[in-house]
Design a protein around this ligand. Structure first.
Ligand code: ATP
Ligand code: MG
Length: 476
């Protein structure tokens, strides 16, 4: 079997060199025998037989070395093509071939190790580039994208590396800047440009030649920074300042108007004075709650990236809120019920106590203000296995406490429901009813749940009223 395999590897048909070598090695002997025969020192028959013996002798001598050389050739080719033969054990009888195989193996091991190191290095480089939040691309001399990190692939699609920057970006300014770098007219270019696809975005680009040492086919690197988000935050902040100053200006204008009236036309009218002073007091109170809420919001925003770390007992907080708001609720003949569906000690969570109280208080305060009079408000706490996911922020995994605050009242329309947590947003019907409020209570509540990696949901129906549910993870 072994022998069959050995000969199968040795392809005589292809190996005309073996025959050539055997014959050429035997040629001197042929000449000697021909001469001996010509001199009649031996008979021609003896010369032919002796020559045939020499050929057989040479063939037997040459066969193993030729066979092993062929095997060696196949082995080296298999190493180059990563074939399986490379893993097979070879039975070599010739010392020299064994030494060559050992040398080839040592060389193969050396380069394989180098290739492994290089691959590991390139995998780790790719992984590092993929962790960067901003897009980075490498381009060749013609502007073809050779490599792109995860952020680029997410932004422009997985097949980005098949494209040329000219097809990917429509901005002429950007293309011109890339060309200046590619033509070595400039070493680096920085610019701000807009793209429409895949979505409208404002980008800052830094295009830089690669140092000559790092040159493969890539000659330049493009790094992009998305300015859209920063601009959005900037706009939100300026809108907020504009809204806040607008909200403060209105009560201030009302107060100064009344002061003016009291100083002039209503100077000697005690009835008007009393009426105006009450309005002024209301406006001053509104201003103070507006300032208080604005301060609260900025304080929460400042603490947004600090993990809450206090042990908070939810039923205890619920009872404190109930006590604080009972009087206010009684004015509207509303009864507050605090219900806990678990043993009080199971209601411990890691959170910010003051903020948990603030959120329960804001929602209960809303229930009192906007709920039907002569009804009950229920604050119900229960344990849940998971927090429902949110589209706009991350929520914590694992068990949580859900605090649902329900009040009776008319159904809130879906259009209003979608906007309730917007800053300063108030439903028109409540403004018309002259119910006091700054429109910030629910934005504060939303910021608090975001900080706690919880969630805030709302459902409203004509039959069961409106229920705001706060989810707070047991471990924030
Ligand atoms: N339980 C509720 N039922 C019906 N509408 C509500 C309820 N809670 C809130 N709203 C509506 O959502 C709006 C925003 O509420 P939010 O708590 O943010 O502000 P506010 O109550 O008006 O002011 P603030 O809480 O600062 O005193 C309210 O003005 C009201 O129109
Ligand atoms: Mg409110």
């Amino acid at each position: 079997m072994k022998l069959k395999r050995r000969y199968a590897l040795f392809d005589i048909g292809k190996s005309s060199k073996f025959v050539d070598r055997t014959l050429s090695l035997s040629l001197p002997s042929a000449l000697v025998f021909a001469m001996l025969a010509a001199l009649k020192l031996i008979t021609p028959w003896l010369a032919v037989i002796s020559y045939a013996c020499i050929i057989i002798f040479n063939a037997v001598l040459l066969f193993p070395i030729t066979f092993e050389l062929q095997q060696l050739k196949k082995y080296i080719s298999s190493l180059a093509s990563d074939d399986n033969i490379a893993n097979e054990k070879m039975n070599l009888s010739e010392e020299e071939t064994r030494e060559i195989v050992d040398a080839v193996n040592a060389m193969h091991r050396f380069w394989a190790q180098k290739a492994d190191n290089l691959e590991a290095q390139s995998i780790s480089d790719t992984a590092v580039l993929d962790t960067l939040p901003d897009p980075i691309m490498m381009i060749d001399r013609s502007g073809n994208i050779l490599g792109a990190n995860l952020s680029s692939r997410n932004l422009f699609g997985e097949n980005i590396t098949d494209k040329n920057v000219e097809n990917l970006f429509e901005s002429n300014n950007f293309i011109e800047a890339v060309n200046r770098v590619l033509k070595k007219e400039s070493e680096a270019e920085n610019l701000i440009f807009y793209i429409q696809k895949p979505v409208d975005q404002k980008l800052y680009a830094h295009i830089k030649q690669l140092p000559w040492q790092s040159k493969g086919r890539a000659v330049a690197v493009i790094s992009l920074y998305n300015l859209t988000k920063a601009l959005k935050i900037e706009k939100m902040q300026s809108d907020f300042v504009a809204n806040a100053s607008h909200e403060l200006r209105t009560p201030l204008a009302i107060i100064s108007g009344f002061i003016e009236t009291l100083l002039t036309s209503a100077k000697d009218d005690p009835d008007a004075r009393e009426k105006f002073l009450k309005v002024m007091k209301d406006q001053a109170e509104y201003m103070s709650s507006l300032i208080e809420n604005l301060l609260s919001l900025s304080k929460i925003e400042l603490s947004q990236d600090q993990r809450p770390n206090q042990q908070v007992n939810v039923p205890e907080v619920m009872n404190e809120v109930k006590e604080a708001l009972t009087l206010k609720a009684q004015e509207r003949h509303i009864n507050i019920r605090a219900v806990t569906e678990f043993a009080p000690e199971e209601g411990n969570i890691i959170a910010d106590r003051q903020q948990v109280k603030q959120i329960v208080q804001n929602l209960t305060d809303n229930a009192i203000k906007y709920g039907l009079s002569n009804t009950d408000i229920t604050i119900r706490a229960k344990l849940v296995d998971a927090i429902p996911a949110s589209k706009s922020f991350n929520v914590a995994e694992g068990p949580a406490v859900a605090i649902a605050i329900n009040n009776k009242g008319p159904k809130i329309s879906p259009e209003n429901l979608a906007r309730l947590t917007e800053r300063f947003y108030r439903m028109q019907e409540h403004k018309d009813l002259n119910i006091k409020g700054t429109g910030l209570g629910l934005s504060i509540a939303k910021q608090i749940v975001i900080r706690h990696r919880g969630n805030l949901t709302v459902s409203s129906s004509g039959y069961s009223g409106t229920t705001f549910t706060i989810y707070l993870p047991k471990q924030a």
